[in-house]
Design a protein around this ligand. Structure first.
Ligand code: ADP
Length: 620
């Protein structure tokens, strides 16, 4: 009994992707084969996993992938006896691009001329649709293994619709038959196919067999070596092979930026092969981005996205970990509490940070690229991973008042500081160029001291948890000076000023009233007469903005006016205070001082017209 076929429409975004695939002159049509083999391999992984809990499935079957060219028909079939698909799954998985957010990303990618760049295709997980680069019709026949239900045939020419039809007497697993376009008959030659499998899919851990093109002979031996690439010695694997494997794991059409091959021996043994992507991929920006690496236990893939094996801030790392020390029946929940898992996690985190440090020391060009893409996640690590805080801080690149257009390594910068330097000054903001000319730099003497400039929203979080770096206290120039931070000489200078100018200080406080939280002398100021700073517990402007955006009430904090005790202006004010403290001039001068502080802090004076008038009077 066979039910009539159903005709279904592709979802709108799928249609869009199909159009791009079909119409773009994709420069590597070869990749369609590796996409299918990759899908088959995943389907076999899933079946092998199912077999753990459903032993009936394991009827001595040899898990394999077959490639069958048929010259007469002009078709190429890729077949596997993996998990297979139900009718629903076929309609869903092959009829839509499931990733939410794909649509909006496609819209974003549309250039001014309405064109979309084909290079992005690989980033949407449209692997299956690469089929239509080489075929003008595709038939997928599949039966869910062990379901006891009949199979289905999915057919499409890659245009608006596909059909689904029930099909009896078909084996478990999936076979994809491509009706090749006229100029694509090179994909019917078994030697050509053999080359492609060796080139792109050698590491696939299931045997891939190829039939001769006249559909008679099977090759006796599988084409691929099947040795898991992560268990092989790094010297025996070429860059190209590693890169292909990386593409199999990620949707990233570019090769990785760097890799880590690590085999741990001893009480806990495991293999790992990890990659740092070259850039943040589209995938990574999607709301449902899956983090984590593939976890294999005794050759079985237990989890595709095991995020228990690396800390969250390393979520951009792709790769595989295989351990034989973990029980096969481990579940997501028990993974988290497993001791071996935490040992692996600890070892891998250390190794990965070591890889960053290595790159920083030996290939700064590459490291710059890395940091531009993933620097924010290193910063996230600094505030979330107390254990590795210092090592992660060693990986920081920073802008400074002298860095120009290239970031500097914080570690190097600190190593070059004079021995007795015990503070690192910094300012935070949103625009690096603005920060580089900020008046706050003056307060420590721009020419003497290199000040760190932080312009990313995660920086404030990071700085607050870091506190100090390599024994040097991180001090914000936007905040009040903490008495504990002053040297003995500076403390004495401050005390002296407070005594000498006690009356003046009171006068200024009275005169500014509740416009300021306090007025103080600050020996830190070297060139400017005064500066407006925040209370040391102030969360900072960026955090304040963020809290506001989450609808939290955050009052605007009153500022503290710090005065430079040795600036000539203070002498002038003192002079006026002694001779004419009830006159208007002293009052005006104090107001000018306050407005000056406001302007230097990058804000408008309270009353610009008054400010203008006072300055004009002064000039007269
Ligand atoms: P991806 O592999 O990135 O998820 P694809 O477009 O390559 O995207 O495939 C879409 C989905 O179709 C797969 O996720 C899988 O669910 C299903 N699929 C494709 N090929 C097979 C196959 N050989 N066996 C079982 N399912 C498959």
């Amino acid at each position: 009994m066979s039910s009539p076929s159903r005709k279904l429409k592709f979802k709108a975004e799928t249609k869009k992707v199909l159009d791009i695939v079909i119409n773009s002159l994709y420069s590597h049509p070869d990749i369609f084969l590796r996409e299918h083999i990759s899908n088959s391999s995943d389907a076999l992984d899933k079946l092998r996993f199912e077999m753990l809990t459903t032993p009936e499935l394991d009827a001595d079957r040899e898990l394999r992938i077959d490639i069958v060219p048929n010259e007469e028909e002009g078709t190429l079939t890729v077949r596997d006896n993996g998990i297979g698909m139900t009718e629903d799954e076929m309609a869903r998985e092959l009829g839509t691009i499931a990733r939410s957010g794909t649509r909006s990303f496609l819209d974003d990618l549309t250039g001014p001329d309405g064109e979309k760049t084909p290079e992005f295709i690989g980033q949407f997980g449209v692997g299956f649709y690469s089929t239509f680069m080489v075929a003008d019709k595709v038939e997928v026949v599949s039966r869910k293994t062990g379901s006891g239900e009949s199979g289905y045939r999915w057919t499409s020419t890659g245009h608006d619709t596909f059909t689904l039809m029930e099909e009896e007497d078909i084996p478990d697993g999936t076979s994809v038959k491509l009706h090749l376009k006229k100029d694509m008959d090179e994909y019917l030659k078994s030697y050509e196919l053999r080359e492609l499998v060796r080139k792109y899919s050698d590491f696939i851990s299931y045997p891939v067999f190829i039939k001769s093109e006249d559909d008679t002979d099977w090759e006796k031996e599988p084409v691929n070596s099947q040795k898991p690439i992560w268990t092989r010695h790094e010297d025996d694997v070429s860059d190209e092979e590693y890169n292909e494997f990386y593409r199999h794991l990620s949707f990233d059409p570019q090769g990785p930026l760097s890799r880590l091959v690590f085999h741990a021996e001893g009480t806990t043994e495991f293999y790992s092969l990890l990659f740092i992507p070259a850039a943040r991929s589209m995938e990574m920006l999607m709301p449902d981005y899956k983090t984590g690496v593939r976890l294999f236990i005794k050759k079985v893939m237990i989890e595709e996205e095991a995020d228990e094996l690396l800390p969250r801030y390393l979520r951009f790392i792709k790769g595989v970990v295989e351990s034989s020390d973990l029980p096969l029946n481990i579940s997501r929940e028990t993974l988290q509490e497993n001791r071996t898992v935490s040992i692996i996690k600890k070892a891998l985190t250390g190794k990965v940070i070591g890889l960053f440090q290595d790159m920083l020391e030996n290939d700064i060009g590459k490291y710059n690229k890395f940091f531009t893409n993933f620097g924010d996640m290193i910063k996230e690590g600094i505030y979330s991973d107390i254990q590795h805080r210092e090592e992660l801080a060693d990986c920081l690149l920073v802008w400074t008042s002298r860095s120009g257009d290239e970031q500097k390594s914080l570690k190097e910068l600190v190593e070059e500081l004079p021995e007795d330097t015990d503070r690192l000054y910094y300012i935070t903001g949103t625009d690096r160029k603005e920060l580089a000319s900020s008046p706050y730099l003056e307060s420590v003497g721009k020419s003497d001291v290199e000040v760190l400039l932080f312009d990313s929203p995660v920086d404030e979080f990071m700085l607050q948890s870091l506190g100090e770096y390599r024994g040097k206290k991180l001090v914000s120039l936007l905040k009040e000076v903490d008495d504990d931070d002053l040297t003995d000489a500076e403390k004495a200078e401050k005390k002296n000023a407070e005594e000498t100018f006690a009356g003046l200080l009171e006068y200024i406080k009275d005169s500014l009233g509740d416009r300021v939280e306090d007025v103080r002398f600050s020996p830190r100021l070297k060139e400017s007469p005064c500066i407006l700073v925040s209370d040391k517990n102030d969360p900072g402007d960026m955090l304040r903005q963020m809290m506001r955006s989450m609808n939290q009430e955050v009052p605007e904090a009153k500022k503290i006016l710090e005065l430079n005790p040795v600036h000539p202006i203070i002498e002038t004010l003192q002079d006026l205070y002694e001779k004419d403290r009830s006159g208007d001039r002293l009052k005006d001068y104090v107001q000018i001082l306050f407005d000056l502080g406001t302007v230097m802090a990058g804000s408008r004076p309270e009353n610009p017209a008054d400010f203008g008038r006072r300055i004009t009077d002064l000039l007269k």
